[in-house]
Design a protein around this ligand. Structure first.
Ligand SMILES: Cc1ncc(C[n+]2csc(CCOP(=O)(O)OP(=O)(O)O)c2C)c(N)n1
Length: 503
């Protein structure tokens, strides 16, 4: 039970991400149904199976001023895989309900396209009281789950033996698939949600020398897109054969680089798919050097900055094997670029990349279990109503880490930051909202503390994970301009001024 339907939609996404099964979210009619629109948009683009069930008034109450009554037919437009409106629920029609549910389920899991949201608009008439009956016997075969796949040859036909293979992995790709790629000596670069990929590729690829050395013979794309613009630029510059592997789900390709589709998934030990080991070693050595360098320049007493917050959160989630949810904006980038490789389940709302609903998705992932979230301060404030119900009646353990740079830090990396006069930039882009985030969390009855060193952050997260309920940890980080300088200095500690790398 959640008070705010908008939050409920994103909570349901969290459940669906963890359980990998369709999750039903049920709301009343009218504006309550419209509140789910943002989550439906996210689920559509992120291929998350949601069964959206909206109650509706009977036809005779439409257009006559009845409360919470709006046009709900195809409310979410083409964002849903299927829309069903069976009319007013009547017992006499109950024999059709199982088939109706099956159709919705099959469309949600991606029977003929990718998985995604479906919408059942269910009208009821008074009296709004009923008795739950047994469903009629199953007559319809539920069928098998199918993965999304276009045309194309079987993956073994890729024939890349001994080549320099670079796999680029975004959201929606399983850890086992990534492991299989690595076993074949493919270099795997992944977004923040990818597990076991080669970390620090973004700073490395900022070096022209390294980018030259790292030019692959073939790029294999799986799932969504990493956030790194540097990677996108290098992929365009290299201009090598680029193929999509559809076996792991829909593949994003906004730059139109993919020229071939392949079905199926890589399997270890397949000779035709075994790549150049030296190439993999070169990447692994470079990435390890960056990690060693970053470890060497920080210690427990180091004051926090945003990349260090990302590193620490990923380390704790790995050490304690707690699932992680990464918010949009800088947290997603800092984890992708500056954190060690993820070794526990990691999620993010990468369909629309919204800052809306992230707190609720963190809660949805954590409920009945444990989870850590990492978000920016505006992302927390945007979904502050998620705190109203917290982990709800089911409970669980959740630590929400908020990197509090007092506004939208990502915008300080834009050219507008220097092009606009600072007051105007602050008002239009920085949008500082100077609320006391720990006090807000406490006001909703949750635990909250503030951390300003690496050791404090680590122990605050561990404390939060050792108790029930939601704990908010507000990480004090340098102001947003300083954050840009810190990122620049970190890049320069990897890349020399003339485009070389330091090791
Ligand atoms: C619903 C929604 N509204 C607006 C945006 C545009 N947007 C992207 S990042 C951002 C600022 C986020 O600030 P914060 O959560 O504090 O993270 P930071 O940038 O400091 O890392 C905004 C407003 C968005 N992605 N989603």
């Amino acid at each position: 039970m959640r008070i705010d339907e908008r939050s409920a939609g994103f909570f349901a996404i969290g459940r669906a991400l963890v359980t990998r099964r369709p999750v039903a979210v049920i709301v009343t009619s009218g504006s309550a149904a419209t509140e789910l629109h943002a989550a439906v948009a996210e689920a559509d683009l992120a291929n998350v199976a949601l069964l959206v069930i909206t109650a509706d008034r009977p036809p005779e109450l439409h257009g006559v001023g009845a409360p919470q009554t709006i046009e709900q037919r195809e409310l979410y437009g083409r964002k849903v895989r299927r829309f069903e409106e069976p009319g007013i629920a009547r017992l006499e029609a109950s024999s059709s309900w199982r088939a109706l549910a099956s159709r919705l389920w099959m469309s949600a899991v991606g029977e003929s396209a990718s998985a995604g949201p479906v919408h059942l608009n269910a009208a009821f008439s008074e009296p709004l009281l009923g008795v739950a009956l047994e469903l009629p016997d199953a007559r319809i075969d539920r069928g098998a789950w199918r993965s999304f796949g276009g045309g194309g040859a079987e993956v073994a036909n890729l024939a890349v033996t001994g080549q320099r293979v670079l796999a680029v992995v975004g959201q929606g790709v399983d850890q086992e698939v990534i492991e299989a790629c690595r076993d074949l000596d493919w270099v795997v670069l992944g977004d923040a949600t990818a597990q076991g990929t080669t970390p620090y590729f973004d700073p490395l690829l900022r070096s022209d020398d390294f980018a030259k050395m790292a030019r692959p013979d073939i790029v294999v794309r799986l799932g969504g897109l990493p956030a790194s613009k540097v990677l996108a630029t290098r992929l365009r510059e290299w201009s090598v054969r680029t193929v999509a592997l559809l076996g792991a789900g829909a593949v994003a390709d906004p730059d139109g680089l993919i020229s071939e589709d392949f079905t199926g998934l890589p399997r270890r030990g397949v000779h035709e798919l075994s790549a150049d080991k030296e190439y993999a070693l070169m990447w692994s050595r470079a990435s390890t050097s960056v990690g060693d360098h970053l470890d060497g320049v920080t210690n427990d007493e180091s004051g926090l900055d945003e990349p260090l917050v990302a590193r620490t959160v990923v380390e704790v989630s790995t050490d304690l094997q707690v699932p992680l949810v990464i918010g949009s904006s800088m947290p997603f980038r800092d984890v992708e670029w500056w954190a060690p490789s993820r070794q526990s389940a990691t999620y993010a709302n990468r369909g629309t990349n919204g800052i809306d609903g992230v707190v609720s998705t963190v809660l949805g992932v954590s409920v009945a279990g444990r989870g850590i979230g990492l978000v920016g301060d505006l992302t927390m404030l945007h979904d502050v109503s998620g705190l109203v119900d917290g982990l709800g009646e089911i409970g669980g353990t959740c630590v929400l880490v908020v990197a509090d740079n007092r506004g939208g830090g990502i915008f300080s990396f834009l050219p507008q930051a220097s092009a606009l006069e600072s007051e105007r930039f602050e008002r239009l882009f920085g949008t500082p909202r100077l609320h006391d985030l720990a006090a807000i969390a406490k006001a909703f009855g949750h635990c909250a503390e503030v951390a300003s060193t690496r050791a404090q952050l680590r122990s605050a997260i561990e404390r939060g994970l050792s108790r029930d309920g939601l704990s908010v940890v507000v990480a004090t980080v340098p102001e947003r301009d300083e954050n840009v300088r810190i990122h620049d200095a970190m890049v320069q500690s990897v890349v020399t001024r003339d485009g070389g790398i330091r090791w």
